[in-house]
Each structure stands twice: as structure tokens, then as C-alpha cells.
Design a protein around this ligand. Structure first.
Ligand code: URA
Length: 237
């Protein structure tokens, strides 16, 4: 599809549309080797070659930021070696090349953020920022206060000791109980291993928050764009 030259230039991120119009009028833009000064000129992205100061301009993808309520039995990798459904199957309407920020296990449901903004994704995943993540874990049996304290203080898992966590016992049922667990690390299967570590394996696991970003009442399998406020919060971290 053809677009106006000034829009094409703006989409490349080098100038606003207004500024792009000035660059065109000033004779600073070449299309297919020819200087173009006419504002309405249309170009075909991918076919026509647009240059500014000798450099070819390539349009950048618009940045998108989404949250998905991941259902169980979806992988958070972009491709799966066993051909299992991936979270991207639920986001086929999104044209941009998005990827998940971090992981959730195949059997874990809940809040997953996705974007095509690599810089922000790296920041959120980097351990330095220590963003807390909140999980609701339904576990086998009912842990006593001592075991819950162990989870809080940190327990040995394989070759490391987990960092202090916030843990609340939300519900006691006959053969199971429900914990809210907040951790700032994100080691592989960490919550499952922590609960196993105190002898109460996880039955269901759901992530409800990443920092202050909350899943709210988004239904399983559904997604939405982050609000401006949510995005600003993530960018400020
Ligand atoms: N901890 C787990 O054990 N699984 C997840 O998916 C996320 C955190």
C-alpha cells in the first residue's frame, strides 16, 4: 500500500510529519535516487528506496504493549518443539512482531506482558530492577506457620537459596490451601519449587501482578493494550 512521503519519513522515526514536510521542501529527501520536493508524493514501502543524508530510511514498527491472560497449556515461547499451542496463537490479530516478556510455565495461567519493544522487555526482565511478581498458588495440604515462615525467609532450591518473599495464607480447605506469594526473582519454576521445598506441591498456579500491573478481571485467553498510565509506570521503573 502506498503512503505519503512525509508519513513514510515520520514512520522511520527520524522526524515528525511536519519536520518531514520541511525536509522534503528543502530538497533533502531522495526517492529512488531522485530528489523529491513535492509534498503529496506517494511511495511504496518495501519497493521504493527513500534516502536522507545518503542513508536509506526503513520504517519502524509501531511499539505495542499488551497484557494477556494466559490460559494453562500454552507455551510462552514463540515456537514450540512439540508443536504445542503458543501464546501468540491467541494474538493473531496483532500485526507487529511481539514476544512475551519473561515466561510462564506451560501449566501456569495469568498475567503475561508482550511487546515488540526489546529495550523495555530487557529492563523488566533484568534482575537488577527486582520487580515483584504476585502469584496465587493452590497447594496440596495445609502448611503450618513454620513452613510459611520458611517460604518467606528463603529456602534452598537446588543450588541456591530463594530471596525473601511475601507469603500470605489466603484460604484453608479440606485437603488444599491457597497462598499469595510475591517474589522478586524469576528462576525457572521458582514458585513450584518453593512449594515443593516445604512439602506442599502446587496444584494450580496463576500470576496476578507484575509490579503494580494487575491482571484485573481480564478473562482467560483475552488480551488488551496497556493503558498510558501502566506504560508510564513500566518505563519509569
Ligand atoms: N514460578 C513458577 O513455578 N512457574 C511460573 O510459571 C512462574 C513462576
Amino acid at each position: 500500500m502506498e503512503v505519503r512521503l512525509q508519513k513514510y519519513i515520520a514512520d522511520c522515526g527520524i522526524a515528525s510529519r511536519r519536520k518531514a514536510e520541511e525536509l522534503i521542501a528543502e530538497g533533502k529527501i531522495q526517492v529512488n535516487g531522485e530528489i523529491i520536493r513535492t509534498l503529496g508524493t506517494k511511495v511504496h514501502p518495501g519497493k521504493d528506496e527513500v534516502r536522507y543524508k545518503g542513508k536509506v530510511l526503513i520504517p519502524q514498527e509501531k511499539k505495542v504493549y499488551l497484557m494477556l491472560h494466559k490460559p494453562e497449556e500454552y507455551v510462552t515461547t514463540v515456537k514450540d518443539q512439540f508443536n504445542r499451542p503458543t501464546v501468540l496463537d491467541l494474538l493473531q490479530e496483532i500485526q507487529e512482531r511481539i514476544f512475551p516478556i519473561g515466561r510462564l510455565d506451560y501449566h501456569t495461567s495469568g498475567l503475561l506482558l508482550l511487546t515488540n519493544d526489546g529495550q523495555l522487555a530487557n529492563k523488566i526482565m533484568h534482575p537488577r530492577y527486582k520487580i515483584f511478581k504476585t502469584y496465587i498458588a493452590t497447594i496440596k495440604g495445609i502448611p503450618d506457620a513454620g513452613k510459611i515462615e520458611k517460604l518467606r525467609k528463603g529456602i534452598p532450591i537446588e543450588d541456591y537459596i530463594t530471596a525473601p518473599a511475601s507469603v500470605r495464607l489466603l484460604k484453608k480447605q479440606k485437603n488444599q490451601s491457597v497462598l499469595e506469594i510475591q517474589i522478586r526473582e524469576g528462576k525457572n519454576r521458582q514458585v513450584r519449587k518453593m512449594c515443593e521445598g516445604i512439602g506442599h506441591p502446587v496444584i494450580h498456579l496463576k500470576r496476578i501482578c507484575i509490579g503494580k500491573i494487575s491482571l484485573g478481571d481480564l478473562k482467560k485467553g483475552e488480551y488488551r493494550h496497556l493503558s498510558q498510565e501502566e506504560l508510564e509506570y513500566l518505563k519509569k521503573l
